[in-house]
Design a protein. Sequence first.
Length: 122
Amino acid sequence: MADTYRINDFKKKYPHLAREVLEEKDISLKLSVNMGFSDPWSGYTPTVVDYIRRCKSLEEAFEVVDYLVNHGELDAREGEQLKAVLERNGIEYFGGRKQDDYYYKEAKRYWEKIFKQIPGTH
């Protein structure tokens, strides 16, 4: 996995390293880090279904759909279709409710699995 950073982002993420490296004149820098695995959540953007699965009631799910439509993140036609599916089948149609710590637990399971594969980390 190789990360590419803009200079300002690199300075924010690695301020001390950036100061040491970038104070040099006429330097060309390319960093590549390969740890043998990638973060499955890197760049992940939740979908409307992810939001619906966090709702506690049908009314809350309707509010989420309306919010996404009003903010241009969901087409109005898709919003109406989703609300019809919700009305007909309920929230459970989209899967079990994602608890507040759902992503934390998923990430913890993922990283425990990865660390078991790395010698000397378990």
